[in-house]
Each structure stands twice: as structure tokens, then as C-alpha cells.
Write a protein that binds this ligand. Structure first.
Ligand code: FAD
Ligand code: SAM
Length: 556
């Protein structure tokens, strides 16, 4: 690429030098196009914190990655070529070990037809899967030989150096609304004294403020990641069980990551760090020291597939975004396809084409709508609770949760709803009667005694229990839930639920007594046996020490 001033239009300008923009810049350069890569270096990119893992199977439920075989071979070939051009090293093929965290994951694994998904699997005997002195793997696991890691900061820095020397990198902040003018043959960026046939926005999560693509709905997820030092661990593969541990050399490892769709404004948090450490301890026997902690926002768009393509009215405007949690793996293949399209050699895959995926224009304001924690608790319940189930609302209050549960379980199910206040149960009864729901048993008792009031035949068969702690909104604020009885009740509910059942606890550290109670709930959750329970915590948008927290506990 070579730089160009006004009067000598460039073939393209790319805004954003994360994984998307950088990878596209290489693919366009290799197709003989001239352009400029621009970044503002705010230090807030997802790429700057990404671990760069490329794995064929992801998530707790062992989901095969989208078009892994194609993406992997495109990525391996691409990164090796850039390594040659930049004389830097950032791509490693390392293999991955996946340890089962319980019988359920093992069953999920055994049910899947891996050949059909073209995922290469090795199952060495448990005794030789991992070093027993370093890792606990009571349920065994399997190995994925085709996996690897991109050292993202090194890849980005080497590429930037290359384009800088070439005269095709600019450090600048491009305001898509005010800095870009449409011309007959492309775009003009007067502030940068530049014209180009096309401008491609690769802004990651910051794209949410780009008015040209206001119709795209983002579902971003914040993630935290740790750097740890582990003396005496010689493992060279990525090891994964709830969190992944990946070697970086010299006794240093990256561990991560959390997945939080609510607290987008927060940076690294103590609960993020605690959660990663706790999960790491479930399978790592060696001591470790945390030496680094970072967070970033994964650019995920609705539909969870990346998007590429051009604006429907202004084809000189393009976009490449939505790489989600898999930028390193996906970017080379998709950027190659996009670049081919820009030189007229192919068209864009319909499942990735922004015009197909987001045909309608809508307002910017509705683009990032993160559900409230109460709504998230309902979402979780609706995934688990089925018609005919028996469930518990441990804090009936105004009856919103009781009503929601009553609708989920239907006429053949039952909701046992507790509250210590007659006033609260009256409000709940009124709400239920409006919907003609007769499937709730309202109990004016302390939820700590739930064992006594729920018939024994249901013990161990309850699908779910909801706790919404604190006081009755619009009622007597002195009748507040207290740490001691809340903990007794949560423990009781964990014994009452069936395997696969869920308990949600919405806690409010912001009011007097609530901070103590929230701390106690967190301690209880941290102390639960990881063999028996899977736990997570969700935070609200305005993450602060006083913001509510939603604890989710699933019985394995
Ligand atoms: C904790 C965590 C762990 C992750 N781990 C992995 C992993 O192991 N493997 C993996 O493949 N992926 C991982 N990811 C996901 C990965 O980070 C993303 O898929 C990828 O980085 C997205 O790249 P991007 O270029 O689209 O966006 P970004 O990296 O966000 O880049 C956008 C760029 O645009 C620039 N920019 C924005 N607006 C402007 C403007 N107006 N003017 C100029 N420049 C602008 C920004 O400065 C930034 O450099 C992880 C993400 C997180 C948060
Ligand atoms: C935040 S409100 C619950 C909101 C409710 N889930 C809803 O959907 O409207 C908390 C409720 O817990 C009740 N509560 C307090 N201590 C309790 C206890 N020990 N056992 C049962 N309920 C209790 C309060 O009376 C209050 O109504």
C-alpha cells in the first residue's frame, strides 16, 4: 500500500487496526490495492487483550466452531505469510486438552458425531492425558490436536510497523458522522486530506456509535483475562476446563475468560479475577501468582456471526465486524472473501452479508439494549423450567417472579411462593388472580423453613428456585431479607432442586445490610463443590461496588 493525498484517490481506507482491520489490510494489499489503515489507539480494543486462541470446540457445551477446517487452514496459511513479510513470530500450533468438568459434559461429548463436524479428536488414556501432579482430571477428557494461538499484540505491532514504514498507516480518530463525506467516486476525509474509493469500518465495539450502520444490533460481551506465573508447569498445550490456560513461555500463562453481557462499562474487576482464579483452581493443582489482569469488550452482533459488506445506499461504505470471541480464527478467511469481493472476484456469503443480516434501518439508541438482571433471571428460568414443573419463589414480594414462574409451569405445575409479609402475599395473590393462575401455593413463612413447607415427594425434583433479596418495593423497608436466613434458605433450595436445576439469587449490596448479605452469598457460592454445582455471577450495566448482582447456581 502507498499513501495518497487529495487528487490521487486510494483504493480504500480502513478505520480500526484491530484483528479485523489489520487482516483485511493485508488481504487487500496482497490483491494489489492501495490504501490507508487508521487507528486512534485508545487502548480500548478487544484485540489488545485477546488471548488469540484458535480452537475447534468452544464453550461449556462443546460447540464445534463455525467452518473450523476452512477457517483454520486459511488462518494458518495467512499468519505464516505475514510472519514471513514482517520477520516476526506470533502464530503457534499447540493443540488443546479439554478436561470434563463432570459426567454431563462427558455425556455431551460422547453424544456428538465429531466426524460429521470434521473435528479431529484424540482420546489418550486418562493416565497420559495430562500430568497428574499438575492437573486434577477425575472425569478424564480429550485432546484436539488442531488448535493454536495467535500472539495478537505481536501480530498487530509487527503489522503496524510494516504499514507504517510503507507509508500506509495513520494515527487518527475518524468520526464517521462528521469526518467522512460522500463523493461521486467514493469518499473524502477532508481532515486527513484523503480521498478513497471505499472506506471500511473495522471499529469493533466502537462501531455502535457509527451512524452509517445504525441498523446493526450489537450484543457485546465484556471479558476479563489474567496473566499468571506458574512455576514448574511444563505444559505446552492449551488446557481447558471452565476456563482455559494457555502457555506464553517463561513460566507465564494466560487464563480466561469471563463472559459478561451487562457490566460493559467496567474495567477489570475483583469478582472477575476471583471467578477466573476459582475456576482455575478446580483443575490446576499447582500454586500460581496473578501478574496481570485486563478486560475488553467482544464485538458481537445479533445472530452471533461476523458481518461484512457494504452499505445498501452508499456502497463506498463498508464494514467488517462481529468477530465475537473468535477474531483470530475467523478474520483471515472472511477478510480474504471480502477482499476478493472488492476486486470483483467473488461475492459475499449471504450468512455474513450485512445487507442480508440487517436490511432495515433503525435508531442508534436501541442498538445496545442489555436486559436488566430481573429480566436475565427470567431468561435463565425459561431455559430450565418446563410445563408441569415444581418451582420455588423464595421471595414473593410484588409477585412479578411468582407470576412469571406460574406462567412457565402452567396448569399442571406448581409454584411455592414464600414471603414473611402478608401485604406482599396479598399483592402476589392479586397479580396471579388477574391472570387466572391457580397453580401457586402462597406461604407466609420464612424461606429458611422451606424444607418443612414443601411436600417431601418434591424434594430433589424441584426445577428451579428464585431469590430476589432486599425489601418489598413500595412496602415496609424494615422487612428486609437477612444474611443468616437467606443463606439457610439458599442452602435448603440447593438440596431441593433436581440435577440440572437452577437457583438464581439477585442481591443488592447498595442498601444497608445488603452489602453484608451479598458478601455472604458470594462466599457461600465460592465454597460450593465444583463437582456438584456450576456457578456464575452477572453484573448490571452500571458496575460499581453497590450495583446489584445476579448469582446463578446450576446443580450438575
Ligand atoms: C477477554 C477476551 C478474551 C478474548 N480471547 C480471544 C481468544 O482467545 N481468541 C480469539 O480469537 N478472540 C478472542 N477474543 C475476541 C477478540 O478480541 C475479538 O474477536 C477481536 O479482537 C475483534 O477485533 P476487531 O478488530 O473487530 O475489534 P477491536 O479489537 O476492538 O479493534 C477495533 C479497532 O478500531 C479502532 N477504532 C475504533 N473506533 C475508531 C475511530 N473512530 N477512529 C480510529 N480508530 C478507531 C480501535 O482503536 C481498535 O484498535 C477475546 C476477547 C476478550 C475481550
Ligand atoms: C425484593 S422483594 C421480592 C420481589 C419479588 N420477587 C417480585 O417479583 O416482586 C423481597 C421480598 O422478600 C421478603 N422477605 C424478607 N425476608 C424474608 C424471609 N426471611 N423469607 C421470605 N421472604 C422474605 C420481603 O418481605 C420482600 O417482599
Amino acid at each position: 500500500m502507498t499513501a495518497s493525498l487529495e487528487g490521487q484517490p486510494l483504493d480504500f481506507v480502513i478505520v480500526g487496526q484491530g484483528i479485523a482491520g489489520t487482516t483485511l489490510a493485508w488481504q487487500l494489499k496482497w490483491r494489489g490495492l492501495r490504501g490507508m489503515l487508521i487507528d486512534r489507539d485508545n487502548g480500548d480494543s478487544a484485540s489488545s487483550v485477546a488471548a488469540g486462541l484458535m480452537t475447534p470446540v468452544t464453550g461449556k457445551r462443546l460447540v464445534p466452531a463455525w467452518r473450523f477446517k476452512e477457517c483454520w487452514s486459511a488462518a494458518a496459511e495467512f499468519y505464516r505469510r505475514v510472519e514471513v513479510e514482517t520477520a516476526a513470530r506470533f502464530f503457534t500450533q499447540s493443540g488443546q486438552v479439554r478436561l470434563f468438568d463432570g459426567q454431563k459434559t462427558k455425556d455431551d461429548f460422547e453424544c456428538r458425531d465429531w466426524e460429521q463436524h470434521a473435528v479431529e479428536i484424540r482420546q489418550p488414556p486418562s493416565s497420559s492425558l495430562v500430568d497428574d501432579d499438575c492437573f486434577a482430571a477425575p472425569f478424564g477428557g480429550f485432546e484436539l490436536p488442531t488448535a493454536g494461538r495467535l500472539d495478537v499484540p505481536v501480530y498487530l505491532a509487527a503489522s503496524r510497523r510494516f504499514f507504517d514504514v510503507d507509508g500506509s498507516f495513520r494515527f487518527a480518530n475518524v468520526d464517521a458522522a462528521s469526518d467522512v463525506e460522500m463523493t461521486e467516486s467514493g469518499v473524502r476525509l477532508p481532515g486527513l486530506n484523503m480521498t478513497a474509493r471505499r472506506i471500511i469500518f473495522c471499529q469493533g465495539f466502537s462501531e455502535t456509535s457509527n451512524p452509517w450502520f445504525a441498523n446493526i444490533t450489537f450484543e457485546p460481551a465484556r471479558g476479563e483475562i489474567l496473566t499468571v506465573r506458574i512455576n514448574g508447569l511444563a505444559e505446552t498445550r492449551i488446557v481447558n476446563q471452565g476456563v482455559w490456560l494457555t502457555p506464553c513461555g517463561d513460566g507465564m500463562f494466560k487464563v480466561g475468560s469471563t463472559y459478561d453481557t451487562t457490566g460493559l462499562k467496567a474495567g477489570p474487576t475483583t469478582h472477575g479475577r476471583d471467578e477466573i482464579c476459582r475456576r482455575l483452581r478446580t483443575f490446576l493443582r499447582l500454586p500460581f501468582e496473578v501478574v496481570g489482569h485486563a478486560s475488553g469488550i467482544r464485538p458481537i452482533v445479533s445472530g452471533r456471526q461476523p458481518i461484512v459488506g457494504f452499505h445498501s445506499e452508499h456502497p463506498q461504505l463498508g464494514i467488517f465486524n462481529g468477530l465475537g470471541s473468535k477474531g483470530s480464527l475467523l478474520a483471515p478467511l472472511i477478510a480474504a472473501q471480502f477482499a476478493d469481493c472488492m476486486v470483483g472476484m467473488s461475492s459475499i456469503d449471504v450468512e455474513l452479508d450485512v445487507r442480508q443480516r440487517f436490511p432495515d434501518r433503525s435508531s442508534v439508541d436501541s442498538r445496545v439494549r442489555v436486559p436488566r438482571l430481573t429480566e436475565q433471571a427470567h431468561e435463565i428460568m425459561s431455559l430450565v423450567v418446563k410445563p408441569g414443573d415444581i418451582v420455588i419463589d423464595a421471595t414473593a414480594g410484588n409477585g412479578h417472579d411468582t407470576l412469571f414462574l406460574a406462567e412457565l409451569v402452567g396448569e399442571h405445575g406448581t409454584v411455592f411462593a414464600f414471603d414473611v409479609q402478608a401485604d406482599a402475599l396479598q399483592r402476589t395473590a392479586d397479580r396471579l388472580s388477574k391472570g387466572n393462575h391457580t397453580n401457586a401455593t402462597l406461604l407466609q413463612h420464612d424461606h429458611a423453613e422451606m424444607n418443612q413447607y414443601i411436600p417431601e415427594e418434591h424434594h430433589g425434583h424441584i426445577a428451579a428456585a428464585m431469590f430476589n433479596l432486599g425489601y418489598l418495593p413500595g412496602g415496609d423497608r424494615s422487612m428486609i431479607t437477612k444474611a443468616e436466613s437467606s443463606l439457610t434458605a439458599i442452602r435448603a433450595s440447593l438440596k431441593l432442586i433436581r440435577p440440572g436445576g437452577i437457583v438464581t439469587v439477585l442481591a443488592y449490596p447498595g442498601h444497608s445490610g445488603g452489602d453484608d448479605e451479598t458478601r455472604s452469598v458470594r462466599r457461600l457460592i465460592n465454597d460450593l463443590s465444583v463437582t456438584d454445582f456450576e456457578t456464575s455471577v452477572r453484573t448490571s450495566m452500571t458496575t460499581s461496588e453497590t450495583a446489584p448482582l445476579l448469582f446463578v447456581i446450576e446443580r450438575r
